[in-house]
Design a protein around this ligand. Structure first.
Ligand code: HEC
Length: 136
């Protein structure tokens, strides 16, 4: 009797372990999938920022305007707002402000102003990432 009871509880315990393991693995997989989606989204920022530099250095103001517009659009998408703290939203607002300097400079044929906006924007990229790192 005693041995049998022990066997059943062992069996149950094993079942629970396997179940938890599967659940854990599934959760991790879902998390990783979400992570790589976020990274793909974030990498588009880098592409657009490179386009902007290319536009500025080749005096292609259309390219500059397009990349600034693309970055503004990204920054209001839901995938951007993985964090919704006040500081994060403020930084996003500052980021958009620097993009408007770039756009205005490019549209009014003032590459110096657009370049200043680009530098401003780059500072915002770095600031926000440093802020996020500090929070982890
Ligand atoms: C307001 C905040 C904010 C600004 C501004 C910002 N980012 Fe990010 N960036 C993030 C977040 C959030 C992540 C995702 C990292 C995480 O999940 O912790 C990220 C991730 C990235 C990644 C992916 C890194 C990786 O681990 O794969 C790149 C590349 C990137 N950003 C480039 C840029 C560039 C280029 C700019 C400026 C043009 C910029 N970011 C501006 C918030 C920001």
């Amino acid at each position: 009797m005693k041995v049998r009871g022990l066997r059943i509880s062992l069996f149950l315990a094993m079942g629970i372990c396997v179940g938890c393991g599967l659940l854990g693995a599934y959760h991790l997989h879902a998390q990783q999938q979400q992570r790589s989606q976020i990274n793909a989204f974030m990498l588009r920022k880098l592409d657009l920022a490179k386009d902007m530099l290319e536009g500025l250095t080749t005096d292609n103001m259309d390219k500059v305007t397009q990349s600034a517009q693309g970055l503004s659009t990204l920054s209001i998408e839901s995938a951007w707002n993985v964090y919704t703290t006040e500081e994060y939203l403020d930084m996003s607002e500052d980021f958009r402000h620097s993009l408007s300097i770039v756009k205005n400079g490019a549209k009014s044929g003032n590459p110096d102003r657009a370049t200043l906006g680009y530098i401003n924007m780059t500072v915002q990229c770095v600031e926000c990432h440093r802020f996020l790192k500090g929070k982890k």
